[in-house]
Design a protein around this ligand. Structure first.
Ligand code: ZN
Ligand code: ZN
Length: 135
């Protein structure tokens, strides 16, 4: 799989703090001005999917019906888990899910996609890629 490396000094690279163990997980986060919505995390690992076909559905609206419609078509992840609307990335230390999706409907328009070190990004356009944060 293609690998995209980000320097730790970049503005959009930081640490995701775990609410359970307080451990820090290096992560890239897309800009609030980006079009990385909607995006969904795997229920087992920290991989994330962002599809333009979903974006066209929610560009002007968000609702439970749209969320349900998208959820039904979310694929399985390469880890055996499945992308789901209420999942978040997992702590690299204790593997507890970091709950960043408080409201799955509001999350449909959240452009801040968090990709932790080692996680993969999938889409309906182009090849998937793995994010690595340079140490
Ligand atoms: Zn943790
Ligand atoms: Zn997964």
């Amino acid at each position: 799989m293609k690998i995209v490396e980000y320097e730790r000094t970049l503005r959009w690279v930081g640490n995701m703090k775990c609410p359970s163990c307080d451990g820090l997980t290096p992560a890239w986060r897309s800009s609030g001005m980006s079009d990385c919505f909607p995006h969904f995390y795997c229920n087992r690992c920290s991989n994330v999917i962002h599809r333009e076909s979903d974006q066209s559905l929610v560009w002007n609206a968000k609702s439970q019906a749209l969320l349900d419609q998208i959820s039904e078509t979310l694929p399985y992840c390469i880890c055996g888990g499945r992308f789901a609307p209420n999942c978040g990335p997992k702590c690299m230390h204790c593997h507890v899910e970091v709950p960043i999706v408080a409201d799955p409907i509001a999350h449909l328009h959240n452009p801040s996609m968090i990709v932790i070190d080692g996680a993969c990004v999938f889409s309906d356009k182009g090849e998937p890629y793995q994010v690595r944060i340079k140490t």
